[in-house]
Design a protein around this ligand. Structure first.
Ligand code: MG
Length: 392
């Protein structure tokens, strides 16, 4: 079962009165931290999410400059949100099965928390499996007293607030149900839950924080910026350090940073002996005090014999991400007398970035010789060091 995220970002947000479409207005100090990228990041960093799809307007000139690693940008926005979501669903037809999950999220709700997304998806899947509901949506419990008015804004009705929610996003439904709810229907819906309810199905609400509001006006944007800054200020940071070394021998493949490198010798070890990737794994594990590569993947265990170290990195990183950590940056030193490593650095960065699901810009790799000194300099082996910073 896979989980896809659809983020419709084709609207212009005219109520904001800004020169840029609303979703591109900055939230933090960095231009790259805009409303859309911050929203997207909440999903793309989740281990339970397989693919994030951002649907922009067809003529959106800002979209190509979006800094969104590992996200599919689909320039097929429709005239309405419904149409935009429907276009994304048809784009997914090749990949998604009816039972796969779709999370639809407003680009303008950047302050949703990863915990809320996971809680929603878990609840939706549970209720669906029990046959109790087709899916679920996040909702903000109403705390104000609510009244309906009639003519001349005179109050006509008191509405009990105890079960009232302001419906938010994400909204989680199985692909097949969502597709059916939006296909060839004469009615117009303002959100996916209304379309699913119109099929006669049940939808549950999972309560979320009022911070998950939709940025609509300049005042909303000011509030969102303040909250975002506050959350950044409360962030925890951790530094990790990793070191590894392996012996060189004839008749072994040389694999560094997931890259096969032509050379007369290769590194020896129980796994593929990818010295750089091992240092990276230890740096990441070290940052969160989760032990080291040997504890996680013991070399006595036949399971890891000849193992692809990039797969070990993915497995270790999945555990770390499940604790909510994100990578700020990773800096590595690779010590090898021969062969020349610089030409292979872009490929190594690409493999590591893909395994960590981050932008290559967060990864630095600096190859060095050891000036003919020591085991590296004598070409007896190679070593690597890595330092990382994580935040949550
Ligand atoms: Mg090693």
């Amino acid at each position: 079962m896979k989980t896809f995220v659809i983020i419709p970002a084709a609207g212009v947000g005219s109520r904001m009165g800004a020169r840029l479409p609303k979703q591109y207005l900055p939230l933090g100090e960095n231009q790259q931290e805009n409303i859309l990228t911050v929203s997207v990041e909440k999903f793309s960093s989740l281990p339970s999410v397989d693919e994030v799809l951002v649907v922009t307007a067809r003529n959106d000139e800002h979209a190509p400059r979006l800094h969104l690693p590992h996200v599919t940008v689909l320039p097929e926005g429709g005239a309405s949100r419904e149409e935009t979501v429907a276009n994304a669903l048809s784009f997914l037809r090749e990949k998604a099965k009816d039972e796969d999950w779709i999370l639809v999220h407003d680009a303008a709700r950047p302050l949703v928390s990863p915990n809320e997304i996971v809680a929603l998806l878990t609840k939706a899947q549970e209720l669906y499996a029990q046959g109790e509901a087709a899916g679920a949506v996040l909702g903000i419990p109403v705390s104000d007293t609510v009244k309906r008015t009639g003519d001349k804004t005179l109050i006509t009705e008191d509405i009990a607030r105890d079960r009232l929610y302001r419906i938010a996003t994400p909204q989680a439904f199985p692909y097949g149900i969502l597709l059916r709810s939006l296909s060839d229907r004469p009615e117009r819906f303002t959100d996916e839950s209304s379309a699913v309810l119109a099929l006669g199905m049940k939808v549950a609400v999972v309560a979320c924080s009022p911070d998950n509001f939709k940025i609509t006006t300049p005042a909303d944007l000011a509030t969102a910026r303040r909250l975002y800054e506050e959350k950044q200020g409360m962030a925890q940071f951790r530094v990790g350090l990793g070191y590894d070394s392996h012996r060189l021998e004839d008749h072994r493949k040389l694999i560094i940073g997931g890259q096969d490198i032509p050379y007369e010798k290769g590194l020896v070890g129980h796994s593929d002996a990818d010295v750089l990737t091992h240092a990276v794994i230890d740096a990441l594990l070290g940052a969160v005090n989760m032990g080291n590569i040997g504890l996680l993947f013991p070399d006595k265990d036949p399971q890891w014999k000849g193992a692809d170290s990039i797969a070990l990195l993915k497995a270790a990183w999945k555990r770390i991400r499940e604790e909510g950590w994100r990578l700020c940056n990773l800096d590595c030193v690779l010590v090898a007398e021969e062969p020349k490593m610089n030409p292979w650095v872009p490929a190594m960065k690409k493999h590591l970035a893909a395994a960590l699901n981050v932008s290559e810009e967060l990864i630095s790799i600096k190859p060095k010789t050891n000036e003919k000194m020591g085991f590296q300099g004598q070409k007896l082996g190679m070593s690597a060091q890595a330092v990382c910073m994580l935040m949550k």
